[in-house]
Design a protein around this ligand. Structure first.
Ligand SMILES: [Fe+2]
Ligand SMILES: [Fe+2]
Length: 273
């Protein structure tokens, strides 16, 4: 069991944020903005998925799982609150979130099904966020020229995603979720997630009239491709999810702990709620 601490982030998200807050880089800003748009709905979906499966476990297993699930819920609830504040700025800037309505519509297809399906989708998404988080913590220079409040927000979120990356996966296994369904939902999630992410990033860039600029595509290639790019660096970790001996803890860099240790002045632990 993982001991998950809920932390209140000490940043003030009331003052406005610059339009290209990520060091003036239009692509990086649009890409991070797209990811942020997915969080309030997505993280509520994850919370609900864990809750729905937890109550199906035998009483003694529920008691064992309760603290970790509570910590997971507390962390995700805090993330969605902070990202909702951030997203409100994006909305005021005129950006339109098309991701949330699409995801909400898709989620209705899982209603009434065995709750382990939603948990498999959650575990799949959590592997994506963990890959992103570990990549960002290993390459914080991506945010070197970013607005300081937002750099803190993204690295704090990354650290906590890395910290709780085993929870949904382990609960799915504890609830007897099948391997076949776990892998199938990962394949489905991969295509949905990438399509939504690229579509929303393109929409954000289009709104800012940056989509067809050479500098935008050069930045996209730098950020995503190549050995150190987000997609390039994670290809192996992505493929590993399809192996029966995969476990999220196998990608442990220690970078999340290091960030949380070195940035204690940016948050207050409030304990699991
Ligand atoms: Fe999160
Ligand atoms: Fe998460």
């Amino acid at each position: 069991m993982t001991d998950l601490v809920v932390r209140r982030l000490l940043i003030d998200l009331q003052p406005p944020i610059p339009r290209t807050w990520c060091g003036g880089d239009a692509f990086a800003t649009a890409f991070f903005n797209a990811l942020s748009m997915s969080f309030p709905f997505g993280e509520q979906f994850f919370i609900d998925a864990l809750r729905s499966v937890l109550v199906t476990l035998p009483p003694d297993a529920q008691t064992r799982w309760q603290p970790e699930v509570k910590g997971f819920i507390g962390q995700e609830a805090t993330h969605r609150r902070i990202h909702s504040l951030f997203n409100a700025h994006l909305e005021r800037q005129g950006l339109v979130d098309g991701w949330t309505p699409r995801a909400a519509k898709r989620a209705t297809r899982l209603e009434g099904l065995d709750p382990r399906h939603a948990l498999a989708v959650t575990a799949a998404n959590e592997h994506f966020t963990a890959m992103f988080a570990d990549w960002l913590l290993a390459r914080p220079e991506v945010l070197d020229n970013a607005e300081p409040r937002l750099k803190t927000m993204w690295l704090w979120h990354a650290a906590e995603e890395s910290e709780h990356k085993t929870t949904a996966f382990d609960l799915y296994r504890a609830a007897g979720g099948s391997e076949k369904a776990r892998k199938r939902w990962f394949a489905v999630t991969t295509s949905m997630f990438l399509r939504d992410l690229l579509r929303q990033t393109a929409a954000n860039l289009n709104k800012e009239k940056q989509l067809w600029k050479r500098s935008t595509w050069a930045s996209a290639a730098r950020l995503l491709l190549g050995r150190k790019g987000l997609f390039g660096a994670n290809l192996k970790a992505w493929r590993r999810y399809f192996s029966s001996d995969f476990h999220p803890s196998e990608h442990e860099s220690g970078l999340a702990d290091a960030w949380l240790r070195d940035n204690r002045d940016t948050y207050v632990p409030v304990g699991a709620r």
